[in-house]
Design a protein around this ligand. Structure first.
Ligand SMILES: Nc1ncnc2c1ncn2[C@@H]1O[C@H](COP(=O)(O)OP(=O)(O)OP(=O)(O)O)[C@@H](O)[C@H]1O
Ligand SMILES: [Mg+2]
Length: 321
Protein backbone atom coordinates (compact mmCIF):
# COMPACT_ATOMS: atom_id res chain seq x y z
CA UNK A 1 0.00 0.00 0.00
CA UNK A 2 1.30 3.47 -0.84
CA UNK A 3 1.55 6.17 1.77
CA UNK A 4 -1.19 8.22 0.12
CA UNK A 5 -3.86 5.51 0.40
CA UNK A 6 -3.03 4.53 3.98
CA UNK A 7 -3.10 8.10 5.29
CA UNK A 8 -6.16 8.77 7.41
CA UNK A 9 -8.50 11.54 6.27
CA UNK A 10 -8.85 12.74 9.87
CA UNK A 11 -6.25 12.23 12.58
CA UNK A 12 -6.91 13.74 15.98
CA UNK A 13 -4.41 13.35 18.81
CA UNK A 14 -4.88 14.29 22.48
CA UNK A 15 -7.15 17.15 21.57
CA UNK A 16 -8.12 19.44 24.43
CA UNK A 17 -10.25 22.56 24.43
CA UNK A 18 -11.13 24.74 27.36
CA UNK A 19 -13.33 27.83 27.27
CA UNK A 20 -11.98 29.52 30.39
CA UNK A 21 -12.90 27.17 33.19
CA UNK A 22 -15.16 25.00 31.00
CA UNK A 23 -13.27 21.94 29.75
CA UNK A 24 -15.25 21.20 26.58
CA UNK A 25 -13.02 18.41 25.25
CA UNK A 26 -10.63 16.53 27.43
CA UNK A 27 -8.14 14.58 25.34
CA UNK A 28 -9.72 13.15 22.19
CA UNK A 29 -7.76 10.76 19.98
CA UNK A 30 -9.21 9.09 16.88
CA UNK A 31 -8.59 8.57 13.19
CA UNK A 32 -11.05 8.30 10.31
CA UNK A 33 -10.06 6.44 7.15
CA UNK A 34 -11.05 7.19 3.59
CA UNK A 35 -14.63 6.44 2.61
CA UNK A 36 -16.01 6.01 6.10
CA UNK A 37 -19.30 7.59 7.12
CA UNK A 38 -18.85 8.24 10.81
CA UNK A 39 -21.60 9.21 13.23
CA UNK A 40 -20.48 11.54 15.99
CA UNK A 41 -22.86 11.11 18.91
CA UNK A 42 -23.08 12.50 22.39
CA UNK A 43 -25.47 14.36 24.68
CA UNK A 44 -25.89 18.15 24.62
CA UNK A 45 -22.64 19.81 25.59
CA UNK A 46 -20.53 16.66 25.05
CA UNK A 47 -18.12 18.53 22.77
CA UNK A 48 -19.22 17.52 19.26
CA UNK A 49 -19.48 20.99 17.77
CA UNK A 50 -16.29 22.09 19.50
CA UNK A 51 -14.40 19.18 17.93
CA UNK A 52 -15.88 19.92 14.52
CA UNK A 53 -14.98 23.61 14.77
CA UNK A 54 -11.39 22.67 15.54
CA UNK A 55 -11.25 20.22 12.63
CA UNK A 56 -12.56 22.89 10.27
CA UNK A 57 -10.08 25.49 11.51
CA UNK A 58 -12.68 27.78 13.14
CA UNK A 59 -11.38 27.23 16.65
CA UNK A 60 -7.91 26.80 18.12
CA UNK A 61 -7.56 23.86 20.50
CA UNK A 62 -5.98 24.43 23.89
CA UNK A 63 -3.59 21.57 23.15
CA UNK A 64 -3.23 18.49 20.95
CA UNK A 65 -3.24 18.20 17.17
CA UNK A 66 -5.68 17.63 14.33
CA UNK A 67 -4.71 16.74 10.78
CA UNK A 68 -6.77 16.46 7.63
CA UNK A 69 -5.02 14.28 5.02
CA UNK A 70 -1.85 14.77 7.00
CA UNK A 71 -2.17 18.57 6.97
CA UNK A 72 -2.15 20.27 10.37
CA UNK A 73 -5.36 22.29 10.71
CA UNK A 74 -3.76 24.96 12.89
CA UNK A 75 -0.50 25.48 11.08
CA UNK A 76 -1.85 25.10 7.54
CA UNK A 77 -5.47 26.07 8.00
CA UNK A 78 -6.14 27.28 4.44
CA UNK A 79 -4.55 24.20 2.88
CA UNK A 80 -6.47 21.85 5.18
CA UNK A 81 -9.79 23.63 4.57
CA UNK A 82 -9.51 22.96 0.83
CA UNK A 83 -10.24 19.32 1.59
CA UNK A 84 -13.16 19.99 3.93
CA UNK A 85 -16.80 20.79 3.33
CA UNK A 86 -18.45 22.04 6.50
CA UNK A 87 -22.11 22.35 7.33
CA UNK A 88 -22.19 24.11 10.71
CA UNK A 89 -24.80 23.65 13.42
CA UNK A 90 -27.89 25.79 12.59
CA UNK A 91 -26.59 26.32 9.04
CA UNK A 92 -26.06 30.09 8.93
CA UNK A 93 -26.90 31.49 5.47
CA UNK A 94 -27.27 34.91 3.87
CA UNK A 95 -31.04 35.14 3.70
CA UNK A 96 -31.16 38.15 1.39
CA UNK A 97 -29.03 36.46 -1.30
CA UNK A 98 -30.40 34.38 -4.14
CA UNK A 99 -29.29 30.74 -4.08
CA UNK A 100 -27.23 31.14 -7.27
CA UNK A 101 -25.70 34.40 -6.07
CA UNK A 102 -24.75 32.81 -2.74
CA UNK A 103 -23.11 29.79 -4.38
CA UNK A 104 -21.15 32.10 -6.69
CA UNK A 105 -20.00 34.02 -3.65
CA UNK A 106 -18.95 30.80 -1.89
CA UNK A 107 -17.12 29.56 -5.00
CA UNK A 108 -15.26 32.86 -5.17
CA UNK A 109 -14.34 32.68 -1.46
CA UNK A 110 -13.15 29.13 -2.04
CA UNK A 111 -10.90 30.50 -4.79
CA UNK A 112 -12.27 28.19 -7.44
CA UNK A 113 -10.76 29.44 -10.74
CA UNK A 114 -13.24 31.48 -12.78
CA UNK A 115 -13.09 29.05 -15.69
CA UNK A 116 -14.33 26.18 -13.51
CA UNK A 117 -16.75 28.07 -11.29
CA UNK A 118 -19.89 27.76 -13.39
CA UNK A 119 -19.38 24.04 -13.97
CA UNK A 120 -18.69 23.25 -10.30
CA UNK A 121 -21.66 25.30 -9.09
CA UNK A 122 -23.95 23.55 -11.59
CA UNK A 123 -22.68 20.20 -10.34
CA UNK A 124 -23.37 21.10 -6.69
CA UNK A 125 -26.84 22.40 -7.62
CA UNK A 126 -27.58 19.16 -9.41
CA UNK A 127 -26.23 16.92 -6.63
CA UNK A 128 -28.21 18.74 -3.96
CA UNK A 129 -31.43 18.94 -5.97
CA UNK A 130 -31.51 22.74 -5.93
CA UNK A 131 -32.63 23.17 -9.55
CA UNK A 132 -36.13 24.50 -8.77
CA UNK A 133 -34.92 27.24 -6.38
CA UNK A 134 -31.68 28.64 -7.85
CA UNK A 135 -33.35 31.99 -8.63
CA UNK A 136 -35.04 32.38 -5.25
CA UNK A 137 -33.93 34.33 -2.20
CA UNK A 138 -32.58 32.02 0.50
CA UNK A 139 -34.86 33.77 3.02
CA UNK A 140 -38.02 32.39 1.39
CA UNK A 141 -36.88 28.75 1.15
CA UNK A 142 -38.22 25.90 3.28
CA UNK A 143 -35.89 24.54 5.94
CA UNK A 144 -35.27 21.46 3.80
CA UNK A 145 -34.14 23.59 0.85
CA UNK A 146 -32.03 25.80 3.15
CA UNK A 147 -30.27 22.66 4.29
CA UNK A 148 -29.68 21.67 0.67
CA UNK A 149 -28.11 25.09 0.08
CA UNK A 150 -25.90 24.36 3.10
CA UNK A 151 -24.85 21.08 1.50
CA UNK A 152 -24.19 22.76 -1.85
CA UNK A 153 -21.87 25.34 -0.27
CA UNK A 154 -20.12 22.48 1.53
CA UNK A 155 -19.42 20.45 -1.63
CA UNK A 156 -18.93 23.11 -4.32
CA UNK A 157 -15.11 22.94 -4.08
CA UNK A 158 -15.26 19.10 -4.27
CA UNK A 159 -13.70 18.32 -0.89
CA UNK A 160 -12.85 14.75 0.15
CA UNK A 161 -14.23 15.23 3.65
CA UNK A 162 -17.65 16.43 4.76
CA UNK A 163 -18.17 17.60 8.33
CA UNK A 164 -21.87 17.88 9.07
CA UNK A 165 -23.03 19.24 12.43
CA UNK A 166 -26.58 17.97 13.05
CA UNK A 167 -27.56 18.09 9.38
CA UNK A 168 -31.16 16.93 9.94
CA UNK A 169 -31.93 18.96 13.05
CA UNK A 170 -35.17 20.95 12.84
CA UNK A 171 -36.41 19.30 9.65
CA UNK A 172 -39.80 17.64 9.22
CA UNK A 173 -39.90 13.84 8.73
CA UNK A 174 -40.08 14.07 4.92
CA UNK A 175 -37.17 16.50 4.76
CA UNK A 176 -35.18 14.29 7.14
CA UNK A 177 -35.56 11.34 4.77
CA UNK A 178 -34.52 13.47 1.80
CA UNK A 179 -31.45 14.90 3.54
CA UNK A 180 -30.50 11.45 4.81
CA UNK A 181 -30.55 10.05 1.30
CA UNK A 182 -28.46 13.01 0.13
CA UNK A 183 -25.90 12.17 2.84
CA UNK A 184 -25.90 8.53 1.76
CA UNK A 185 -25.33 9.56 -1.86
CA UNK A 186 -22.49 11.95 -0.98
CA UNK A 187 -21.05 9.35 1.40
CA UNK A 188 -20.39 7.02 -1.53
CA UNK A 189 -17.67 9.36 -2.77
CA UNK A 190 -16.63 11.26 0.32
CA UNK A 191 -15.58 10.63 3.88
CA UNK A 192 -18.24 11.96 6.24
CA UNK A 193 -18.18 12.92 9.91
CA UNK A 194 -21.67 13.85 11.06
CA UNK A 195 -23.15 14.62 14.44
CA UNK A 196 -26.75 13.79 15.22
CA UNK A 197 -29.08 13.23 18.14
CA UNK A 198 -31.20 10.81 16.11
CA UNK A 199 -29.67 7.46 16.97
CA UNK A 200 -31.65 5.49 14.40
CA UNK A 201 -30.24 7.87 11.81
CA UNK A 202 -26.68 7.11 12.87
CA UNK A 203 -27.50 3.40 12.88
CA UNK A 204 -28.89 3.45 9.34
CA UNK A 205 -26.51 5.98 7.76
CA UNK A 206 -23.13 5.40 9.40
CA UNK A 207 -20.61 2.59 9.08
CA UNK A 208 -18.96 3.61 12.32
CA UNK A 209 -20.06 5.43 15.45
CA UNK A 210 -18.05 7.54 17.86
CA UNK A 211 -19.77 8.46 21.10
CA UNK A 212 -18.39 11.29 23.21
CA UNK A 213 -19.48 12.12 26.67
CA UNK A 214 -18.21 14.98 28.77
CA UNK A 215 -15.40 15.70 26.31
CA UNK A 216 -14.10 12.12 26.19
CA UNK A 217 -14.51 9.27 23.72
CA UNK A 218 -16.59 6.50 25.31
CA UNK A 219 -17.28 4.29 22.28
CA UNK A 220 -15.87 3.69 18.81
CA UNK A 221 -17.39 0.82 16.87
CA UNK A 222 -19.74 -0.28 14.11
CA UNK A 223 -23.45 0.19 14.91
CA UNK A 224 -23.85 -3.59 15.00
CA UNK A 225 -20.97 -4.18 17.39
CA UNK A 226 -22.17 -1.41 19.66
CA UNK A 227 -25.47 -3.15 20.17
CA UNK A 228 -24.14 -6.72 20.34
CA UNK A 229 -21.06 -6.41 22.55
CA UNK A 230 -23.17 -5.22 25.38
CA UNK A 231 -24.42 -8.55 26.62
CA UNK A 232 -28.18 -8.55 26.78
CA UNK A 233 -31.36 -9.92 28.17
CA UNK A 234 -32.95 -13.35 27.70
CA UNK A 235 -36.62 -13.78 28.27
CA UNK A 236 -37.45 -17.25 29.66
CA UNK A 237 -40.72 -18.94 30.62
CA UNK A 238 -40.53 -22.20 32.59
CA UNK A 239 -43.37 -24.52 33.63
CA UNK A 240 -43.46 -27.54 35.95
CA UNK A 241 -44.22 -31.05 34.69
CA UNK A 242 -47.87 -32.06 35.07
CA UNK A 243 -48.94 -32.48 38.67
CA UNK A 244 -45.82 -30.83 40.01
CA UNK A 245 -45.29 -27.38 41.51
CA UNK A 246 -42.75 -24.72 40.72
CA UNK A 247 -41.95 -21.54 42.62
CA UNK A 248 -40.37 -18.36 41.35
CA UNK A 249 -37.67 -18.78 43.95
CA UNK A 250 -36.62 -22.19 42.59
CA UNK A 251 -36.34 -20.89 39.03
CA UNK A 252 -34.56 -17.75 40.14
CA UNK A 253 -31.95 -19.74 42.06
CA UNK A 254 -31.26 -22.11 39.17
CA UNK A 255 -30.91 -19.34 36.60
CA UNK A 256 -28.82 -17.12 38.85
CA UNK A 257 -26.33 -19.97 39.29
CA UNK A 258 -25.44 -19.94 35.58
CA UNK A 259 -21.98 -18.60 34.75
CA UNK A 260 -22.11 -15.15 33.15
CA UNK A 261 -25.65 -14.35 34.30
CA UNK A 262 -25.63 -10.97 36.02
CA UNK A 263 -29.25 -10.53 36.98
CA UNK A 264 -32.51 -12.53 37.15
CA UNK A 265 -35.86 -10.82 37.58
CA UNK A 266 -39.34 -12.35 37.62
CA UNK A 267 -42.05 -11.00 35.30
CA UNK A 268 -45.44 -11.05 36.94
CA UNK A 269 -47.93 -11.21 34.11
CA UNK A 270 -47.03 -14.82 33.22
CA UNK A 271 -47.77 -16.36 36.63
CA UNK A 272 -50.69 -18.47 35.41
CA UNK A 273 -48.87 -20.32 32.67
CA UNK A 274 -45.51 -20.78 34.25
CA UNK A 275 -42.72 -18.72 35.69
CA UNK A 276 -41.38 -15.95 33.47
CA UNK A 277 -37.95 -14.40 34.02
CA UNK A 278 -35.69 -11.77 32.51
CA UNK A 279 -32.10 -13.00 32.58
CA UNK A 280 -29.35 -10.43 32.15
CA UNK A 281 -25.85 -11.31 30.97
CA UNK A 282 -22.74 -9.30 30.22
CA UNK A 283 -20.67 -11.32 27.75
CA UNK A 284 -21.52 -14.71 26.22
CA UNK A 285 -25.10 -15.54 25.27
CA UNK A 286 -26.14 -18.03 28.02
CA UNK A 287 -29.09 -19.62 26.19
CA UNK A 288 -27.46 -23.04 25.84
CA UNK A 289 -26.73 -23.15 29.58
CA UNK A 290 -30.23 -21.97 30.44
CA UNK A 291 -31.67 -24.76 28.32
CA UNK A 292 -29.44 -27.37 30.03
CA UNK A 293 -30.32 -26.09 33.49
CA UNK A 294 -34.04 -26.33 32.82
CA UNK A 295 -33.79 -29.83 31.37
CA UNK A 296 -31.65 -31.01 34.33
CA UNK A 297 -34.18 -29.58 36.78
CA UNK A 298 -36.84 -31.60 34.98
CA UNK A 299 -38.93 -28.56 34.09
CA UNK A 300 -40.52 -27.57 30.80
CA UNK A 301 -39.10 -24.72 28.75
CA UNK A 302 -42.14 -22.90 27.34
CA UNK A 303 -40.38 -19.93 25.76
CA UNK A 304 -36.92 -18.45 25.40
CA UNK A 305 -35.81 -15.47 23.31
CA UNK A 306 -33.13 -12.82 23.27
CA UNK A 307 -34.18 -9.19 23.60
CA UNK A 308 -32.20 -6.98 21.21
CA UNK A 309 -30.24 -4.15 22.79
CA UNK A 310 -30.90 -0.90 20.95
CA UNK A 311 -28.39 1.83 20.23
CA UNK A 312 -30.49 4.01 22.55
CA UNK A 313 -29.82 1.64 25.44
CA UNK A 314 -26.09 1.55 24.71
CA UNK A 315 -26.02 5.34 24.41
CA UNK A 316 -27.89 5.73 27.72
CA UNK A 317 -25.53 3.41 29.54
CA UNK A 318 -22.42 5.17 28.21
CA UNK A 319 -23.58 8.75 28.67
CA UNK A 320 -25.78 8.94 31.74
CA UNK A 321 -24.28 10.95 34.54
N1 LIG B 1 -18.00 29.77 23.13
C1 LIG B 1 -18.12 29.07 24.25
N2 LIG B 1 -17.81 29.60 25.45
C2 LIG B 1 -17.92 28.90 26.58
N3 LIG B 1 -18.31 27.62 26.65
C3 LIG B 1 -18.64 27.01 25.49
C4 LIG B 1 -18.57 27.71 24.24
N4 LIG B 1 -18.95 26.85 23.26
C5 LIG B 1 -19.24 25.68 23.87
N5 LIG B 1 -19.07 25.78 25.20
C6 LIG B 1 -19.25 24.70 26.19
O1 LIG B 1 -18.43 23.61 25.80
C7 LIG B 1 -19.11 22.38 26.00
C8 LIG B 1 -19.20 21.61 24.70
O2 LIG B 1 -20.05 22.31 23.80
P1 LIG B 1 -20.36 21.82 22.34
O3 LIG B 1 -21.14 22.90 21.69
O4 LIG B 1 -19.11 21.38 21.68
O5 LIG B 1 -21.28 20.55 22.60
P2 LIG B 1 -22.13 19.66 21.59
O6 LIG B 1 -21.75 18.26 21.83
O7 LIG B 1 -22.02 20.18 20.22
O8 LIG B 1 -23.62 19.88 22.15
P3 LIG B 1 -25.02 19.97 21.36
O9 LIG B 1 -25.48 18.55 21.21
O10 LIG B 1 -25.90 20.71 22.32
O11 LIG B 1 -24.83 20.67 20.07
C9 LIG B 1 -20.46 22.74 26.62
O12 LIG B 1 -20.32 22.65 28.02
C10 LIG B 1 -20.66 24.16 26.19
O13 LIG B 1 -21.48 24.85 27.10
MG1 LIG C 1 -23.35 20.97 18.90
Amino acid sequence: MTKATSMPIIQVRDLLKSYGSVHAIKGLTFAVGKGQVVGFLGPNGAGKSTTMKILTGYLQPTSGTAQILGIDVMRHSIEARKHIGYLPENNPLYEEMMVMEYLEFVAQMRQIPKSKRRMMIEKAIHECGLGPVVGKDIGVLSKGYCQRVGFAQAIVHEPQLLILDEPTSGLDPNQIIEIRSLIKKLGKEKTVLMSTHILSEAQSTCSRILIIHDGKLVADDTPLQLTQQEGGIIYVVVAPKQGEKLSKKQVLEQLASIFGVTKVEPINEYQDHGVAMMVGYDKEDPRADIFQKIVSANWILLEMRRKEITLEETFRRLTKE
